[in-house]
Structure formats: structure tokens, C-alpha cells
Design a protein around this ligand. Sequence first.
Ligand SMILES: C[S@@+](CC[C@H](N)C(=O)[O-])C[C@H]1O[C@@H](n2cnc3c(N)ncnc32)[C@H](O)[C@@H]1O
Length: 369
Amino acid sequence: MGEKVRADGECFHIRTHVSTADDVVYILRRAMFLDSVDAIREKLSCLYRVLAQILEEKEIQVLEVRGQFPVHIEHLMGEIKQIMDSYTVDRMKYYANRLISSLTVIKTSKINDLNLNRWKEYDEIKTDSLWLFDRRSKAGSHLGWYWGNFIPQIPHQLILRYTKTHEWVFDPFAGSGTTLIEAKRLRRNAVGIELNAETALKASERINKQHSAENTVNELIVGDSTQMDYTSVLSDYGISSVQLIIMHPPYHDIIRFSDSSRDLSRAPSIENFLDKLRTVAENCYEILDRGRYAALVIGDKFSRGLWIPLGFYSMQKLTDVGFVLRSIVVKNYEETKGKRYQKGLWRYRALVGGYYIFKHEYIFIFSKP
Ligand SMILES: C[S@@+](CC[C@H](N)C(=O)[O-])C[C@H]1O[C@@H](n2cnc3c(N)ncnc32)[C@H](O)[C@@H]1O
């Protein structure tokens, strides 16, 4: 009984002292001075109950972490439970120290800001090669107005994985500016090139509408990506290289973006399309920092009843110029605005023609050695 009162008193003490992750760390550190499994368990069970109460009574989901993003209370409880469920003091200390590090020490790689000590908490970051999205993200100033755009989740994933805050992203086929808007949301600088002036103007309006927590450059330039001098484009911003390239070219002639002969979607043949893509890839290669990443988003096409592996042909062009293939991601592909109303017709054609309807596209991920 005396023990219980003491334990309740200790719990009360903990309760009045837990309002941030720092407090949790303090209690964990103190618990690690104890030298028996039972004593540590008792102390941590108080902490666990207190966190459960905060979650329930105060309806707070997260605790602030100094200099980092907040931590979910449920996650903390899971980690504390793992410590309590351990059978030796050494194991308990191992898990406790790991949790303490995650809340106090930031460990990042050279290519992004993800805190590797908190890798378990990045639920939104994809690490599998199959990306299934059931709808476009509604976050940010994207409108999805452009026929042939990609969903914001693609640049979102790539920018978080392959850049740090304030680094530079380059998009040579910028279209409606999805990459630039997403870069701005994520506090990265970005430059895009788009052939079609009208598209670029509308895209720039949307980019300007996007709020930014910081002063970043997010600009779209009208021009031909096969012809422009990329180094001089970058020099206007006082930089000579970028840290991530996202290429989303036309899928040859599947969508004709303009009447211009410079438009890759007007290339008279697949060979000509691939030659132009190679030129853009060469230009991109020159301005990418060594050890950094480039992504090519593209799908296949049909021609005269044959499946043309445009994605793999294009991938080959990038490896020809020196990029090293790191991953092939397959992403589900729902009907574009153009095809939505023709769904039944496509199914009929597929049944008659003995082929399958495209439901996927590729995100090829490369690095520059
Ligand atoms: C598949 S779209 C990119 C869409 C973009 N990711 C978005 O979300 O809006 C390809 C874009 O490349 C542009 N384009 C085609 N040829 C080009 C060239 N030679 N230089 C620059 N842009 C070009 C087209 O006008 C089109 O907007």
C-alpha cells in the first residue's frame, strides 16, 4: 500500500511536469539510472499513463520537440511500451537511449533533411517501388487545370527525399508548374522551363498564389529546353548548379501540347523524340551536382496496335548521357481528363485488340556519379 501511494505520488509529479518532449526525455534519463527491470517499468508505466491521459483529456495529439517537428504522443507511447516490455535492463537502456536520441539528436544525410533518428515517424515518405495514389493532393495552390500535368504528390515525394530546405530544383518541362509550386511549399528554390508562353503565364500566377514560409525563388522561364543555355539561366539566380532535376516530358505524341515544331510532343518520330530528350538530359546532367538525383516521369504508348516501351527507351537515353539508374517506381495512372469519358470505349478496344489498358507510368530515379 505504502508502495502504491509512493508510486501514485511519483505519477502525479510526472503528470505535472510533462508538457513537451524535453520533459519526456528528462524522465527517461532519470529512469535509466534505476538498476532493476521492475523499477524502470514502474517509472515508465507512470509516464505511459500520463501520456495516455494527456491524449484523452487534453485532446493533444503531439508534443513539441525543440528544433524539430513535433512528436505524436501515440508514437511515444509505443516506444515506451517497447522499453517496458523488455526483459533485461540492458535492452531497456538500449531502447530508451534510442528514443532519447530521436528526440534530441538530428541525424541527416547529405541529400535531404529527414532526421534518420526519427525514421519511423515519416509515414508519408514512400520507400517502395509501387506508388498508389487514389486522388490528387488538395494541398497548395495547384488547380490541376492542365491536361497532362502530374499529381503534386510526385514532386512532393521527390523533393522531400532528394533535397534539403533552400536547395535548388530544376524542371525542364514545367507545364502548369506543379514542381515549382510544390518546391515553394517545401521551402525549396526552383526554376522551370516551359515552351508554351500561355501555359507558363497561367502557371506563374498559380506559383505566385502559393504561400511560402520563406523567401525562395520559384520561377518559370519561357523557352525551349533543347536549345537553352542552362548555365546562363542559372547564373541569373547567382547559382551554377542544382540539387534535384525533375523531368516530365510529353509522352511523345499522346498529348499534343502545342503546334510548335520545338515541342517534343510534335517530334515526327519516336527516334526524333528520344534524340531531343537526350539533348535535354545532357543539359540537365551538366548542371546537376555530383551525388545528387534526377527523376524522369514518363509512360509508355501505343502505336498501330503495338505497345511501345517509351518509358524504357527514354530511361536508356538518360543512362547514355551518364546518369546512373537508382530505382524504377511504377505509379498508378488514372484516366486523364481526356480519357475519362472514353473509358468504356477503351475497354471495348482492349477486348477486341487483345491488349491491356495503361494503368501505370514510371518514375525513373537516377543519380549523377
Ligand atoms: C507532361 S507536360 C509537364 C507537366 C507538368 N509536370 C505539370 O504538372 O504541369 C510536358 C510539358 O513540356 C512542354 N514542352 C514540350 N516541349 C518542350 C521544349 N522543347 N521545351 C520546354 N518545354 C517543352 C509542354 O508544353 C508541356 O507543358
